[in-house]
Ligand binder design. Structure first.
Ligand code: PMP
Length: 425
């Protein structure tokens, strides 16, 4: 934690790599007023807003295509199946998966990690095996592994980080050994915004024969993620945080690993042959998609990734970093405000957690809400990290492609208003 001034404040919108003001016109929800003020939506790490193309795609699907897929022989079913599979191809391209069938549709990151812990974990983790995690993980990338470790008698070990969440690669390398079977790590922290050195971690994990599973919930929406370049074995992420619908997400896995895994859900659509006493499984990806999937959600996610690619993932990444750094600078310069996570010029994205001395984050959030500014306040599903930081909760502002430096300035004014209202400055 730091209360220091972090250098000069970056000039507003300097070298803005994308036109956020123009892009926000694609998002109908952003035109509204909240509590009599223009909505400033800075809760994107929780969920992002949706562009009109995604909303239209959902409506159009239900108006023109709706049918169950993969089993009908009629026109609508074939059309729906083609659209659903086309979405898989688009997502595969988005993360540069080697094959579309390495992309499994799930309900979201939490669902994907739970599937992994069951389907891969129960087969591959034995008593006394070690699973390496960090204290920075979201509960979704911690609790499923706790449950697995309990089921299998395995051990969780935590790679140390500093208070900014930066992983010590030397210490990590020293923790890897023959007993390490899995490294389960965030790509970008939903609290600290810190970016983990996933490619290097994957290389070291593989040197020791371990598998690496990356929680990409906060990376896939905001930066180019190339699963082959990173050489990660599994990657999970959520559609709703990347301009797509809720209830849809992705579990990416390398073909050989997915092929060797048992299914996670059993029922219709995932079988090859069913006898009364036993069954065999369909090929990838159907083996992991038992039951009627979220067809509209998958199609909507396909449209969302097209939209993000059209804007450009490099530009989105640069924008998130620029706004994140700007927010770190201006918030740190405020009296009584501490920013958590890396410095403005560190390995960080557009998630900025802060605490205001003598104010509960909920009070900060409530005052900001009165100004039409949506942030998050709480433990952010990262209670162990809160304990490490020595706080119960933080306030968190998180940006997306439609946010502007002007909105960050409004945030600062709102925090100042909260401090004055409660008389802490
Ligand atoms: N991991 C991280 C880093 C997250 O930020 C989140 C969402 N806050 C999740 C996992 C869980 O995602 P979901 O709720 O969409 O399953």
């Amino acid at each position: 934690m730091s209360t220091s001034t972090r250098g000069a404040v970056a000039p507003a919108d300097r070298a803005a790599p994308l036109d956020a003001v123009a892009l926000r016109r694609d998002f109908p929800i952003l035109t509204q007023e909240v509590r009599g003020k223009p909505l400033i939506y800075l809760d994107n790490a929780a969920t992002s807003q949706k562009p009109r193309v995604v909303i239209d795609a959902l409506r159009e699907y239900y108006e023109t295509t709706n049918a169950n897929i993969h089993r009908g022989i009629h026109y609508l079913s074939e059309k729906g199946t083609a659209a659903y599979e086309d979405a898989r191809v688009r997502v595969a391209r988005f993360i540069n998966a080697a094959q579309p069938h390495e992309v499994i549709f799930t309900r979201g990151t939490t669902d994907g990690i739970n599937m992994l812990a069951r389907a891969w974990g129960d087969e591959n983790i034995a008593a006394d095996d070690e699973i390496l995690l960090t204290e920075v993980e979201h509960h979704s990338n911690l609790v499923p592994w706790q449950a697995l470790a309990k089921r299998r008698g395995a051990r969780l070990r935590f790679i140390p980080t500093d208070d900014a969440g930066v992983i010590d690669l030397d210490t990590y390398g020293g923790m890897l050994g023959p007993q390490t079977k899995l490294v389960a790590v965030h790509h970008v922290s939903n609290v600290l915004g810190v970016i983990a050195p996933v490619a290097e971690m994957a290389r070291l994990a593989h040197e020791h024969g371990a598998v690496i599973a990356v929680d990409g919930a906060q990376s896939a929406p905001h930066m180019p993620v190339d699963v082959q370049a990173l050489d990660v074995d599994f990657l999970t992420f959520s559609g709703h945080k990347m301009a797509g619908p809720t209830g849809i997400g992705i579990l990416y896995g390398k073909e050989a690993l997915l092929d060797a895994m048992e299914p996670a859900h059993f029922g219709g659509s995932m079988i090859r042959m069913v006898e009364l006493e036993s069954s065999t499984w369909a090929d990838l990806p159907d083996k992991f998609e038992g039951g009627t999937p979220n067809i509209a959600g998958a199609i909507g996610l396909g449209v969302a990734v097209d939209y993000l690619e059209h804007v450009g993932m490099d530009a989105i990444n640069a924008h998130a970093r620029q706004l994140g750094s700007y927010a770190v600078n201006v918030l740190s310069d405020m009296p009584g405000v501490s920013v958590h996570g890396p410095e403005a010029d560190g390995e960080r994205g557009g998630v900025v957690s802060f605490t205001v001395h003598d104010l509960h984050p909920h009070d900060v959030g409530t005052v900001l809400d009165g100004e039409g500014i949506a942030i998050r306040a709480g433990h952010h599903c990262a209670q162990p990290l809160m304990r490490k930081l020595g706080v119960h909760a933080t306030a968190r502002a998180s940006v997306y492609l439609y946010n502007t430096t002007d909105e960050i300035d409004r945030l600062v004014e709102g925090v100042d208003k909260a401090q004055r209202f409660f008389g802490t400055i």
